[in-house]
Write a protein that binds this ligand. Sequence first.
Ligand code: SAM
Length: 242
Amino acid sequence: MSSRAKIRLYVEHPLGAGQTVPLSRDQAHYLFGVMRQGVGAPVALFNGSQGEWTAEVEEAGKRAGVLACRQQAAPQVSPPDLWLLFAPIKKARTDFIVEKATELGAARILPVQTDFTNAERVRQDRLQAHAIEAAEQCGGTYVPPVEELQRLDRVLAGWPADRHLIFCDESLVGARAALDAAPDGEKWAILIGPVGGFSEAERARLRALPGCTAISLGPRILRADTAAVAALTLFQATRGDW
Ligand code: SAM
């Protein structure tokens, strides 16, 4: 290869030496129309499970194109088994949460409808596209799946016994309730509430859930998007992959 690939693309296609990869219409538009690349240009590809591969443009068209994989540039690195459950808030702030959760290494993102959640629906496809864009930009080789909006009570009803839930409870603001109170484990989830916080019924339900630890995120009430970033940072720095 003559030069190192600066452009990274996520593709839903197997990667391997000699493997050709067709581009979607949007990717062809981005690569050839927006980024002005042509035949022979290097591109870094990842598909979420086979690491990063250096590829070269073989065919370039306005609405389509083909890349050819040359060699693996980085191995697959997946984040710890950490889910982020959060109650969707305003559109731009919800987008921010998905973007930051991807950069910070959430393995799965679950929007949940709580008693005080205002949003009735989320555009799952748009949020998934944000996660892909964030992974492309941050150099990661993993894209967390973003689920459809589900009711929190239903999610808790089917909660897996082997997954520990870190419940960020604003009623503990300023209290000494830190993440180190949670036991060791391999499977984790963080729960962040909406602008209005959690209802007393939810709080009681969560506290009764086996394997749930309620924690404080310090002496100030954080906005939900800040709280998501703070909790993920805290986890990754103490129990995760930092
Ligand atoms: N309306 C709530 C109140 O005034 O108490 C605040 C909700 S806060 C904007 C949104 C979410 O962020 C909370 O439900 C919680 O999950 C998390 N959060 C914010 N600050 C927190 C803190 N100091 N400790 C624990 N969780 C916090």
